[in-house]
Write a protein that binds this ligand. Sequence first.
Ligand code: ADP
Ligand code: FBP
Ligand code: MG
Length: 543
Amino acid sequence: MDSSISNSPTSISSSASLSIPRFRCFDPANFHPPTTNPRFLRSSSSPRLNSTSPTINGNGGTGISTNSEPKIVTGEAGFELEDVPHLTDYIPQLPTYPNPLQDNPSYSVVKQYFVNDDDTVVQKIVAQKDSHRGTHFRRAGPRQKVYFESDEVHACIVTCGGLCPGLNTVIRELVCGLYFMYGVTKVIGIEGGYRGFYARNTVPLTPNVVNDIHKRGGTILGTSRGGHDTSKIVDSIQDRGINQVYIIGGDGTQRGAAVIFEEIRRRGLKVAVAGIPKTIDNDIPVIDKSFGFDTAVEEAQRAINAAHVESESFENCIGVVKLMGRYSGFIAMYATLASRDVDCCLIPESPFYLEGPGGLFEYIEKRLNENGHMVIVIAEGAGQELLSESIHNKRDASGNKLLKDVGLWISQKIKDHFAKGKRMAINLKYIDPTYMIRAIPSNASDNVYCTLLAQSAIHGAMAGYTGCTVGLVNGRHTYIPFYRITERQHKVIITDRMWARLLSSTHQPSFLDPEEITGRKAEEESRTELSNGEDYEEAVVLK
Ligand SMILES: Nc1ncnc2c1ncn2[C@@H]1O[C@H](COP(=O)(O)OP(=O)(O)O)[C@@H](O)[C@H]1O
Ligand SMILES: O=P(O)(O)OC[C@H]1O[C@](O)(COP(=O)(O)O)[C@@H](O)[C@@H]1O
Ligand SMILES: [Mg+2]
């Protein structure tokens, strides 16, 4: 990267200081969407960047964009930056201040502490000789200039959706990071999720208050589903004089954060909105892995171990463990791979069947005959189509489909099958640790991860970035536009090598006939081509 190029938001707000950057602006006339992805369709008729903007930042210092269409900047060799919104996109001429970190004794020893404003992180790291450089995200980290003075900041933190190990650590590190890195003392907690903005009191958060909370599971702020009333939430933000909003939650929460950001932008408020993605299911795309996931997988080992001990101790015994995973089976897959005691892992992405050749019952009988016991791990969203006769259309307050209890269902089906005609006398021990794996404090490595996520969010908000979430991409912290992580779910790809590793470790049947496998491979391949390798990339990030 040419170091003489200045693309900082500061240089943008003073158009006189603009230098010629090597990034080309988006040119709709020459742009051919590589995919049917809605973000491209949405913006195909209108420039995503001010066409006079020569920099990778904000509004380019030349005009105010009136909506928040994706900010895509293209460059040489297929380089594409999916940039995030900046406060200067809709509030020009914002003053900047030197980053107080430069006077912080702890950080003064760091050689190059501030991140270059034009640093980006590539999404697809496996490349071939002639590969296009592909999608990039803005690198997270502290900037030399900030858009808030320390005593001007009034931050709030909210946690939404289901629990996940590490929520308290993120809260702690947001409070401590704001306080110790940027001298921000006004931080409040919004209680009980989104509805807390307008229906509950707030709690003042100081380093003292949050000092020990990372040792506890859950969230000290409470959480909820539903209750997202955008205008009431933004009214509350405005009335309370909040100017930095830190929102910790999953895909639903980030969708909510995106509309809050749009409303804030519409009202022209100097309020930075930063998301921190939370999902125990690891179902958020783009990012390497969500915080708390490792902790959950580790805790799941205890349940699997118990199932193994039980099943080993009784004749023809089957231990069944149900784990979380509504639409994505990552917890079940990783817990299975880690344990080595699991004989069969069933996930939502891999349809299975019970009866007949190649079915689950046949496999169970075979394993019991060979080994006298077996362990089955089932993700809560697996096999829901088999329960269809009893499927209802109930949804939770956030609109998520309520699942039937597949653990109980499959346990009963197995019992009935072997009881029928006295086929085989079996024992079955069903363990449902569902909430136990998410209600615990995060482990050491998740704690460090949470710290970095919180700090990235703070650096971004202080630097004026908004309307984005922080996320680890190929081991680097980045700022990712909201739409990018809410547009689809991250799922296990069963034609990928990781699932093959699982099949070869458990020796379970794939439950797919060869024709189906070929069909699925072709489907995955065409999806990979269409999306310029993004799905493939998503599938491999956890390898
Ligand atoms: N499309 C949406 N628009 C606005 N708010 C949403 C949307 N989807 C979910 N939310 C809100 O986000 C919060 C959390 O969503 P939920 O799906 O329960 O959990 P998660 O964020 O973990 O996926 C809820 O308060 C819900 O009302
Ligand atoms: O019973 P609850 O609290 O709705 O949570 C159950 C759901 O929460 C999850 O753990 C995670 O879901 P979210 O990421 O949407 O919070 C799912 O696996 C599970 O279906
Ligand atoms: Mg969700």
